[in-house]
Ligand binder design. Structure first.
Ligand SMILES: Cc1ncc(COP(=O)(O)O)c(C=O)c1O
Length: 309
């Protein structure tokens, strides 16, 4: 079903599950704050579910009592890990065992750099997985155009919710996108974004290595953001973030995305790079490039992303 992005797919599903009597939904910890907010607007409470390096940990999931979860298995947001095959299978086993549902948020599934694309979870169990994607990362978030694949059992209820919410997306937008896809323009745009985003990522990694040596970077093989772990000697974290803000560089700490509060003094950042040309990423304000320049060494507005201009 065509809808206005992953955001609307989430609220549609939330309303349907709430009407079926579910009161809670599990979200990844760390995860996208957007997931909790969207489901909360449908009357569902969110339960944090801890991750490790492979995906959701099975025991806390089983103990949580939830029957619905929202996940980002292809490129976990924000940690950047790809879920292991074992954890993907375990999640589907869990969903079948509790008669539950999985919302697969494939928010940046089109962007893979150093690794092969991973198949969607939805293909492994179309009756348990609701898939959602959009053109937000490939064209522009403001287009508000996306899609959701819904299990047969929920489809009628989801379609009815969509009908009462807005009677469907504007047909003109859909017709333009269909034409763009048919003529091969969308594929070209994806390839162009893929190249541009890879270049931007590489500029960011080089800037971090040059200006903040010793920084560990993860989640770089896919997507539009990285996790940077900046050594404590550049900290403490609050001071580091203050200094960055003072230099016009807005950054978000990983702690804003979950419940973990590591005590090692390292600064963990979620840095989105898709909206910045390489020259804006490498511009060195502190080194005298300044005077009205709009960039910074690693200028970023968190993980906000935008189209390739
Ligand atoms: C992880 C994640 N998923 C989904 C969305 C929303 O996507 P869409 O623009 O397709 O509604 C966002 C945007 O804030 C996001 O960060």
């Amino acid at each position: 079903m065509v809808c206005s992005g992953v955001a609307q797919a989430s609220t549609l599903l939330g309303f349907v599950l709430r009407a079926r009597g579910l009161r809670t939904v599990g979200v990844e910890d760390p995860g996208s704050p957007e997931h909790g907010r969207l489901f909360a607007s449908t009357g569902m409470e969110t339960v944090w579910l801890p991750l490790d390096g492979e995906g959701l940990r099975p025991e806390p999931l089983a103990a949580s009592g939830v029957r619905a979860v929202v996940v980002t298995p292809s490129h976990q947001f924000p940690s950047g890990i790809g879920w292991s095959a074992g954890r993907r299978a375990a999640l589907l086993d869990w969903a079948r065992a509790v008669d539950g549902y999985v919302l697969e948020d494939d928010y940046d599934g089109d962007f893979r750099y150093d690794r092969a694309p991973v198949g969607a979870l939805q293909g492994l169990d179309p009756e348990r997985v609701v898939y959602a994607g959009s053109v937000s990362k490939s064209l522009a978030p403001g287009l508000r155009l996306g899609w959701t694949l819904v299990p047969e059992e929920l489809l009628g209820e989801v379609v009815e919710r969509k009908r009462t919410m807005d009677l469907g997306n504007p047909v003109l937008d859909q017709a333009v996108l269909a034409e763009f896809v048919t003529r091969g323009g969308y594929d070209r745009q994806l390839r162009r974004c893929q190249r541009a985003y890879r270049e931007r990522r590489d500029a960011l990694l080089a800037a971090l290595a040059e200006h903040l040596p010793g920084t560990g970077v993860s989640g770089i093989a896919a997507g539009l953001h990285v996790i940077a772990r900046i050594p404590a000697r550049f900290g403490p974290p609050e001071r580091f973030l203050e200094r960055a803000a003072g230099a016009g560089v807005a950054l978000r700490s990983l702690e804003e995305y979950g419940t973990a509060r590591p005590a090692d003094g390292d600064v963990r950042l979620v840095i989105g790079y898709a909206h910045l040309a390489p020259s804006a990423i490498t511009e060195d304000r502190a080194g005298g490039g300044g005077g009205g320049g709009r960039g910074g060494v690693i200028r970023s507005r968190g993980a906000r992303t935008g189209p390739v201009g």
